[in-house]
Design a protein around this ligand. Structure first.
Ligand SMILES: [Fe+2]
Length: 145
């Protein structure tokens, strides 16, 4: 079970880091497509933020504490922090790449949940994978060409 708890902590921190980056891009994106990008990024951060609480509460259900500090998130997250304001298309490319990282992490965590016979958690993680695959489709469509 320790392996599942550790992977869930990484999934929580990575999801939070992705959420924060998308929210920051929603605030700071610029350019002729501002209205579309601002709205797209708004939908993205809201969807991903909606997963933060359930991931943390699944951790509590497993008997572990949920990390909730910038220090721990920085240690655990597979998605890097963003301190600069990239150009709009660079924002989309970064999110696309980070989104693929999240899918990889969630897939690994889901396999560990199945191994530990935590089928409810495995189903929840499958739903998160599906949501991020949809985000991936949209980000790829924006960055194509
Ligand atoms: Fe907003």
């Amino acid at each position: 079970m320790d392996d599942l708890i550790q992977e869930m902590k990484v999934s929580l921190a990575t999801t939070f880091a992705f959420y924060l980056k998308a929210h920051g891009f929603h605030w700071n994106v610029e350019g002729p497509n501002f209205p579309q990008y601002h709205e797209f990024l708004g939908d993205l951060y809201e969807e991903v933020f909606g997963a933060v609480d359930p991931i943390a509460e699944h951790l509590r259900t497993l008997g572990a504490y949920a990390p909730a500090s910038f220090l721990r998130y920085k240690e655990l997250s597979l998605v890097s922090d963003e301190v600069n304001i990239p150009a709009a298309m660079s924002m989309m490319n970064k999110l696309n790449s980070d989104n693929a990282t999240i899918i990889e992490q969630l897939t690994k965590t889901q396999a560990t949940a199945e191994k530990n016979k935590k089928m409810g958690l495995a189903n929840f993680l499958q739903d998160r994978i599906d949501a991020h695959e949809k985000h991936g489709w949209q980000l790829r469509s924006i960055t194509k060409g």
